[in-house]
Design a binder for this molecule. Structure first.
Ligand code: BTN
Length: 305
């Protein structure tokens, strides 16, 4: 079973539900040992000690795994959280062989990017999930501002854009029991120093990197440390002042409000409209051509102007 787990966690290949169930049966300690063994492989750019050294957080990133290559940090995070990983555990990999994007898409994850997942044990109901996603977008935007990017913008729900091009995507996944979310996995992918010339043609034009925008490389470890601190700050802001405070930060950086968009909601519900704003549940409010209002909770929102 050990070899099987290593292969499945590292190499490309589909993880079937049966395999996932099988892995979940593995003794917690055995599983954690295997993960830690993979974690001993030497990484090129991202160093756990550089991240941990001055990390100024109470719980985010205190339990930290840095891998050279895995299928998907979200998948590892799911296994670890099912096996009792503490709140705020962070899983990072220099490369991902089968990374997941939103809406069932794949995600390019070569060396030079920041690909990480955070395990949260928030015990919240389903309706709070979009709020965690929006808060993460604000934390990424604030991180980019700190390292010198002038005007990072958030395209609903949580793509980060610089000068009209995407540089970061966020995939939040919930592990639920009945109607309560037990654990949330927040997956963040940032194109820091990656070579987008090797990206598929369809992605190349709409993507940018931090290196391109800053005109110089920035240390991935430093960016991760800064992001983990911003993430904890946002989570404190939420606890102390409530979601309205986060929405205020989100609105200030919105790329979507005031734009004409094509909305693609699940079950082929497509329409055009004008984005009026975002409400307290994190839903986008869109005015359709006929003047009626729609509340968009999930789906894609393609900017047309
Ligand atoms: C998007 O489609 O915009 C979301 C992309 C999310 C990618 C990140 S990279 C780290 C984590 N692991 C994954 O497999 N996906 C997320």
């Amino acid at each position: 079973m050990k070899e099987e787990i290593i292969n499945l966690l590292k190499k490309e290949g589909k993880l079937s539900n049966e395999t996932i169930d099988e892995i979940k049966q593995v003794d917690v300690n055995d599983f954690t040992n295997i993960v830690e063994e993979i974690g001993k492989e030497k990484t090129e750019y991202i160093k756990a000690d550089e991240i941990s050294k001055d990390l100024n957080t109470k719980y985010i990133g205190k339990n930290l795994y840095v891998f050279k290559e895995v299928q998907s940090t979200n998948t590892i995070a799911k296994f670890l959280s099912a096996n009792g990983a503490p709140d705020g555990s962070v899983i990072i990999s220099e490369r991902q062989t089968a990374a997941k994007g939103r809406s069932g898409k794949s995600w390019e994850s070569p060396l030079g990017g920041v690909w990480l997942s955070i395990v949260l044990n928030p015990h919240v109901d389903h309706s709070k999930l979009p709020l965690i996603t929006l808060a993460t977008g604000v934390a990424v935007a604030k991180t980019l501002e700190k390292i010198g990017i002038e005007n990072p913008e958030i395209k609903w729900p949580n793509d980060i854009f610089i000068n009209g091009k995407k540089t970061c995507g966020i995939l939040t996944e919930a592990i639920a029991k009945f109607n309560t979310i037990e654990n949330v996995i927040v997956g963040v992918g940032i194109d820091v120093n990656v070579d987008i010339d090797n990206f598929p043609e369809t992605l190349k034009e709409g993507s940018t990197t931090i290196e391109k925008e800053l005109g110089e490389r920035i240390s991935e470890s430093y960016l991760i440390k800064t992001f983990l601190e911003e993430f904890e700050n946002i989570s404190d802001l939420f606890d102390n002042e409530g979601f309205e405070a986060i929405l205020k930060e989100w609105r200030k950086r919105s790329y979507s409000i005031g734009k004409i968009v094509e909305v693609r909601e699940p079950f082929n519900k497509y329409y055009d409209g004008y984005v009026i704003g975002i409400n307290r549940e994190g839903a986008l409010i869109v005015e359709k051509i006929d003047g009626t209002l729609e509340k968009v909770i999930s789906g894609e929102c393609i900017i047309k102007n």
